[in-house]
Design a protein around this ligand. Structure first.
Ligand code: IPM
Ligand code: MG
Length: 378
């Protein structure tokens, strides 16, 4: 019988293999695998080194065939280091490393990056036990648009100086002594992340949506976001709109994190604030993400590839297991998703099974087994 879902499994590199394997065990145990065909795809550092492309076309084609994807982790390195590790035949070809996950987000228009940060009862790493917030990070534009230069082309500098009085003071610099990264927002991009956050807040029952920007300084981009938020919130009478500057938000998250519900922000600010929020509920070992578009989604742990732990079967797989849970939710397999979350919550509450980040020495595999055990006995 044909399976109901096609899921692309992209373990990536570093500890990606370990954590994805752990999540797959959980998906098997909860019975989801009976309904799903898993297609494994190539992605990551290994393919950059060997082929000069960390996201081969065959992987993009594979993703197009799937309902959604579960992604592990990928190593990213700065420009020069990346070139130095290339297969010697590929050097001097002008290849430039790019982050495959950022590319996937843009290519498949996965405009929402949904990052729930929930304090599970009994987690000794919780900063407080009453935190339950969700970050909505715009995922396709802003400072991640990739429109940047170094050196700055003369024509670009000229256009800037001709059109903006504040660009004049940069004109006297040599072009190779200038670097520019643009922060591009579109009204469409802004509106859809705001709307998604407000829909979600209404559905889940959060009372507030906090737009986190910096419109007092970054007037045009942050300004657009806040102005649109004020308009859209009128469609959601049950919600209150809070406006907080990114710097203040970093402070408030430490001071009163329990006061916040849904936070909505642009790409770079969301990247930063979501790591901070994750730390309040146990750190990156617990932080999961959904990169979500209208038709496609890629679920991943928020953490990176942690190269220093490769091959040690040591890291906490809960972030990836919770990412798999988000995937189940997105596929509308609500009961199965709940079963996974309950099992994770029980293991945390019991406090017996603890990976190194939780002060224990449980391995990645043993953590997965403990969670599977709870599912089997539920
Ligand atoms: C994240 C990560 C990525 C990002 C990196 C790996 C490119 O930090 O998902 O938060 O900056 O978006
Ligand atoms: Mg990040």
């Amino acid at each position: 019988m044909p399976k109901r879902y096609k899921i692309a499994i992209l373990p990536g590199d570093g500890i990606g293999d370990d954590v994805v394997e752990a999540a797959m065990k959980v998906l098997d145990t909860v019975g989801f695998s009976n309904q799903a065909e898993y297609l494994y795809g190539d992605i990551g550092w290994e393919f950059w080194k060997a082929e000069g492309n960390p996201l081969p076309d065959r992987t993009i084609e594979l993703l197009k065939e799937c309902n959604c994807s579960l992604f592990g982790a990928i190593t990213s390195k700065p420009k020069e280091e990346a070139v130095a590790e290339l297969n010697p035949e590929l050097r001097n070809k002008g290849l430039i490393y790019f982050s495959p996950i950022v590319k996937l987000r843009q290519l498949f228009d996965l405009y929402v990056n949904l990052r729930p940060c929930k304090a599970y009862p009994g987690n000794i790493l919780n900063y407080r036990d009453d935190i339950d917030l969700v970050v909505f990070r715009e995922n396709t534009e802003g400072l991640y648009s990739g429109v940047e230069w170094h050196p700055v082309p003369e024509a670009v500098m000229k256009v800037l100086a001709d059109n903006h009085p504040k660009a004049k003071r940069f004109e006297d610099f040599a072009l190779e002594d200038l670097a520019i990264s643009t922060r591009i927002f579109t009204r469409k991009g802004v509106q859809r992340i705001l709307r998604s956050s407000m829909e979600y807040a209404t559905k889940v029952g959060y009372k507030t949506v906090t737009v986190v920007e910096k419109p007092n300084v970054i007037r045009e981009t942050s300004g657009l976001m806040v102005r649109e938020a004020r308009k859209l919130i009128k469609d959601y009478p049950s919600l209150e709109l809070w406006e907080t500057n990114i710097d203040a938000m970093a402070m408030w998250l430490i001071k009163n994190p329990q006061d916040y519900g849904v936070l909505v922000t642009s790409n770079m600010f969301g990247d930063i604030i979501s790591d901070e929020a994750a730390q309040l509920v146990g750190g990156l070992g617990f932080a999961c993400s959904g990169n979500i578009g209208d038709k496609m989604a890629v679920f991943e742990p928020t953490h990176g590839s942690a190269p220093k732990y490769v091959g040690q079967n040591k890291v906490n797989p809960i972030a990836t297991i919770l990412a798999a849970k988000m995937m189940l939710d997105w596929l509308n397999e609500k009961e199965t998703a709940q079963q996974v979350e309950n099992a994770v919550a029980e293991v945390i509450k019991e406090g017996k099974t603890r990976t190194y980040d939780m002060g224990g020495n449980t391995s990645t595999t043993e953590m997965a087994d403990a969670i599977c055990n709870k599912i089997e006995n539920s």
